[in-house]
Every structure is written in C-alpha cells, then in structure tokens.
Design a protein around this ligand. Structure first.
Ligand SMILES: [Mg+2]
Length: 277
C-alpha cells in the first residue's frame, strides 16, 4: 500500500550552493530534512548542471538512487529502473540500469560548433573538450577524480572565456540553434534546454501518477530561476539581493543547506498535515 504521507509532496533541488554547501560541498546541515523525506517516501529530485557520471555518485551518497534526476542543466532526465516511479515508455535505455529522456543537443555537435565559431571569430575560448582532467581540476577547484567525472559531458560543453568573448560566441551560437549560459567560473554551450523545461515535464509525469502532488523547488543561482517558476513552492537559497521576482517566493534566512533543512522541514509538516487532514 502506498504510504499516505508520500502522496502530496515532491522536492526538486539544485545541488551546489543549495543542498550542498558552496565551499565544502557538505550536506550535513540538510541531513535531518533529507532523512525525513526518505522516511515519508517524498521524492527528492536533483536538478543540476553536473553530469550523469557525477550525479550517479551523489545519488548513491545522498540515498536518492530510487528517484529520477536532471543532469547538465536540463540536458537529460535519468530514470532508475527500480524506482517507485515507473520508467516512462518514451525514455531510452541509457546503460547501468538507467533510462533517459534526452532533451539536449548531442555533445559532439556542441564541441564541433564551439570549435567552428572559435576559429571563425578568432576567439580565445577553451572548452572542457580541449582540456585534460588535470587542467579542469586546476581551473575549477575540483579534485582530479571529480574533474574526470565532470568531463564526461553528454549535452553541455562548459568553456572558459572572458565575458565579452563569451557573448560574441553566444550570438554566433544562436544562429546554429544553440545557446550560451554565462556562468561564474565557466560558461556553458547547450541546446534549447533549461532546468525549468525538464522539471515541467517531470512534474507532469509525477502528477499523472499522483494528481494531488505539490512540488517544492530550491535553488540559489540564475540557472535555477526557470525551475523555480515551474513549482508550487519556490525557495531561494542564494544571495537575497539576487532573488528573482517570482510570486510566492520563499526566502529562508540562512542560505545553502541550512536553509534547505528549514524550508523542506516546514514543507513536509504542511503537506503531511494536509494529507492526513
Ligand atoms: Mg547552485
């Protein structure tokens, strides 16, 4: 019999700076609410710019391997074979017990486009595909091992460039139907995808299985805004002065995993109360 408490809540969450501490990558401060979600069988769906290879490791460490996750800023949604949510028939087998909705442009096309535009405009741009894991580690602060996982791109090419050059690359990319998202350390070249589109599609799938479900979304950066627009309870854990203008936006006083813990605990109290009330 399905757990009645699970019927009303669904959590979509960004990772870095949201569920994971910006500096230490620790989720200790969010652990109480994370385990409360597990006890109540509330799905926690990770929605990140990270690769599938990075997220499979995190799913295992965070105890979220039974739920789908969104990789590479909405480039794909990966479904575990053994999760409580049936794998949708339009997801394709993606190896190692995962199935995928591929929403983004194929990686080889992105790499080819990046190189073509760089050469045509004589830009000083370096993509992940130009760098070894050691070089990526040096530039991102990741360990060498983490950098190797981060380099296993499928739908998004991060690149390093000065902002003016990245903007010129963005203009040329749009003529090819590709898009650039400007970032802090690295910028990203990708297809016509974002977190919001992937989350909207996934939320619709959860609603079909369970029409009463109420979704919460948590994020801290510009690439999270499209996701926050698609959920009933949007939560901003980034700098308060950068909070997006979204109706009903929740701004917990602490940022990062501590705010995650507060917001998700209160969401569970409300949705659990409602499903029993
Ligand atoms: Mg973030």
């Amino acid at each position: 019999m399905p757990d009645p408490r699970s019927s009303h809540a669904l959590v979509f969450t960004d990772l870095d700076g949201t569920l994971l501490d910006k500096e230490t990558y620790s989720w200790d401060k969010a652990a109480p609410a994370l385990s409360a979600c597990r006890d109540a069988r509330v799905p926690v769906v990770m929605v990140s710019s990270k690769t599938r290879a990075e997220m499979v490791v995190l799913a295992r460490d965070l105890g979220l391997s039974l739920y789908p996750f969104v990789a590479e800023n909405g480039g794909a949604v990966f479904f575990p074979e053994r999760g409580p949510l049936p794998v949708p028939p339009d997801a394709r087998p993606a190896g190692d017990g995962w199935h995928a909705w591929e929403l983004g442009a194929p990686y080889p096309d992105l790499v080819a486009a990046l190189r073509e535009i760089r050469d045509a405009l004589s830009l000083s741009v370096e993509g992940f595909s130009d760098l070894s894991p050691v070089q990526i580690a040096r530039r991102t602060g990741l360990s060498e091992e983490e950098a190797a996982l981060a380099a296993r791109r499928e739908y998004d090419e991060p690149f390093f460039a000065e902002e003016g050059q990245a903007r010129r690359l963005a203009q040329a990319a749009e003529k090819k139907g590709l898009f650039v998202t400007l970032g802090g350390r690295a910028h990203h070249l990708h297809g016509n995808t974002d977190k919001g589109r992937a989350v909207a599609r996934l939320a619709a799938l959860f609603r079909r299985a369970n029409p009463g479900v109420v979704s919460m979304g948590l994020g801290d950066g510009p690439n999270d805004v499209s996701m926050l627009r698609e959920v009933r309870v949007p939560v901003w854990l980034g700098p308060k002065d950068l909070a997006p203008d979204i109706p009903r936006l929740v701004l917990p006083p602490p940022a990062g995993p501590e705010g995650w813990n507060l917001a998700v605990s209160s969401f569970l109290r409300q949705t659990v109360a409602r499903s029993f009330g």
